[in-house]
Design a protein around this ligand. Structure first.
Ligand SMILES: *Cc1c(COP(=O)(O)O)cnc(C)c1O
Length: 363
């Protein structure tokens, strides 16, 4: 059956692979002959538990099965991680050091300040986050408990290509909007986290991958559900997990493996991003990229037109032509095409053609 699919460039929740949606649909009502959907079964039963474990194994396998790392499934979105990090890792007299690159790192930093001492180790705030700060030599105070970075700033459209060596200080990275967009070495990080709804699945589950000893180090005087150690000790089954979302993540990971793993995914992602950035760069100023070209994200392509009226017209006409989600975040304005893993190359080609024709008609 052919489905009519929108050109979906939503920032999150975002496009999911059609193959995944169709597979899930096929087993929606009767999961593997059980006579019920996966949503209707006990999270303590063997059927669900094997899906749960499989999702963790696939995640680790895509990361090259790093020694000493564990996968947790949590709720409350990446935003709850902003608070869990200082709660778990900032003890009395310690400092959390933050690299400020945009809206999301700012939120993470503010949560840490509520709960302990937070320090700004590098920042491009005075350039309105339109480029990334130099992180080669970070300004780290004594007693730094961890360094926090945001790998991809979803709203501004910047993305780190490299990470600093923080030595014995754990590097913690919010990868919500670019996890698994390309291969990476997880062993350079103490902990990474991502809300699923951009590159991993539907909303409702947050994935954490971290060194075991970090996860085990939670203090015992914070609420049980906010301790990493609770999830670590109980295989993320201390309470009812978001079972349907985890099942979906497993299906998306399967799809990544079928697409040639992270190398295969990156190849297509680079093509998609190049298509759109080429349109911007060759438009003789009709389209203007928002961020320094060296720091551009291959997940969120942000750009502007000569004035806000023209931007409004672009959004209106793009919607009429079947493109969804091209309006920039309300805090920064402009336009944004989110081209996560599941957005097909053909959709980016269609957008590039629309950009050409819009320029022809309006320059
Ligand atoms: C979307 C996003 C978040 C917020 O995620 P929630 O799951 O809505 O809490 C945090 N960080 C980044 C980089 C994001 O893109």
């Amino acid at each position: 059956m052919l489905s009519k699919r929108a050109y979906n460039f939503n920032a999150g929740p975002a496009a999911l692979p059609l193959k995944v949606l169709e597979r899930v649909q096929a087993e929606f009502v009767d999961f593997q002959g059980t006579g019920m959907s996966i949503m209707e079964m006990s999270h303590r039963g063997a059927v669900y538990e094997s899906v749960h474990n499989e999702a963790q194994e696939r995640l680790l396998s895509l990361l090259g099965n790093p020694k000493g790392y564990k996968v947790l499934f949590l709720q409350g979105g990446a935003s709850t991680q902003f608070a869990m990090l200082p709660l778990n890792f900032l003890s009395e007299g310690q400092v959390g050091s933050y690299v400020m690159t945009g809206s999301w790192s700012d939120k993470a930093y503010k949560e840490a300040k509520l709960l302990g001492k937070a320090h700004i180790a590098a920042s491009s705030a005075d350039e309105k986050y339109m480029r990334l700060p130099n992180v080669e030599s970070l300004d780290l105070p004594e007693h730094t408990a961890y360094v926090h970075m945001t790998s991809n700033e979803t709203i501004e459209g910047t993305q780190f290509k490299q990470f600093p060596d923080t030595g014995s200080v754990p590097l913690i990275v919010d990868m919500s909007s670019d996890i698994f967009c390309k291969p990476f070495d997880v062993t350079q990080f103490g902990l990474i986290y991502a809300g699923a709804q951009k590159n991993l699945g539907p909303s409702g589950v947050t994935v954490v991958v971290a060194r075991e000893e970090l996860l085990a180090s939670s203090p015992s005087n914070i609420p049980t559900m906010l301790r990493y150690s609770t999830y670590e000790k109980n295989n993320s089954l201390y309470n009812t997990p978001p079972s349907f979302a985890i099942y979906m993540v497993n299906e998306v990971l399967k799809w990544i493996q079928e697409e040639g793993g992270l190398e295969g995914i990156e190849r297509v992602n680079q093509q998609k991003a190049a298509l759109l950035y080429d349109r911007i760069d060759s438009s003789e100023g009709f389209y203007r990229g928002c961020v320094d070209s060296r720091d551009r994200s291959i997940m969120n392509v942000t750009f502007r037109l000569a004035n806000e009226d023209l931007e409004k017209q672009f959004i209106k006409e793009s919607e009429q032509a079947g493109f969804i989600g091209l309006k920039g975040h309300r805090s920064v304005g402009g336009l944004r095409a989110s081209i996560y893993n599941a957005v097909p190359l053909e959709n980016c080609q269609a957008l590039a053609e629309f950009m050409d024709s819009f320029k022809q008609r309006n320059r």
